[in-house]
Ligand binder design. Structure first.
Ligand SMILES: [Zn+2]
Ligand SMILES: [Zn+2]
Length: 184
């Protein structure tokens, strides 16, 4: 497969007809510490890399579940991910010399620049998988559309209980609390 331990695919020897890749990440195999989600079950990524001139077209799919907490009530959620992707990897040297003037003919495709050594360009499957996981998640993570969140005063889960804070709060402070909630 041409894969090294770090899940990088060398692009140097890819045949004109392309090459497939596939990996099943164990939950602790992929470092997602920079993200808000965690992986509790394996992530299965597979796809195909095909040279196109200087570039490489990558298509594939990703399947797993991620654990992430609700933006409002912080409840743990388990979100299924089934993402298909179409990417164009552009060699770093080409990107540097012609980025900005380059005509993007395939506008439905994302462009991702290959990092690192121009003499041995690599497709970083780890990074691809992390990026696709992030893209697969909605911008607002809610356990349900009308999640009532936590009371800003006492922390009570307002989906499950009602607290007395709202009833007793001075309306002038309520405006502040509302503002704070909006910013959350
Ligand atoms: Zn919630
Ligand atoms: Zn309260």
């Amino acid at each position: 497969m041409g894969l090294t331990n770090a899940m990088k695919l060398s692009l140097l020897r890819i045949a004109a007809g392309g090459q497939t890749f596939e990996h099943r990440y164990a939950p602790d195999e992929l470092d997602v510490s920079a993200h808000a989600f965690t992986l509790n079950e394996p992530a299965h990524v597979s796809g195909r890399v095909k040279p196109s001139g200087q570039d490489f077209h990558v298509t594939g799919e990703l399947e797993t579940h991620v654990a992430i907490s609700c933006d409002r009530c912080l409840r743990d959620l388990f979100i299924p991910v089934h993402e298909t992707f179409k990417l164009v990897y552009v060699p770093a040297n080409e990107a540097r010399s012609s980025h900005g003037e380059r005509e993007v003919s395939e506008q439905e495709l994302d462009f991702v620049y290959l990092d690192g050594d121009e003499l041995d360009p690599m497709l970083d499957i780890d990074q691809l998988t992390r990026d696709q996981l992030e893209l697969a998640l909605p911008t607002r993570i809610l356990c349900r559309d009308d999640c009532r969140g936590l009371c800003a005063q006492c922390g009570a889960d307002l989906n499950e209980t009602t607290c007395q804070c709202a009833a007793t709060v001075d309306p002038r402070w309520q405006a502040l609390a509302d503002l704070r909630n909006q910013n959350d």
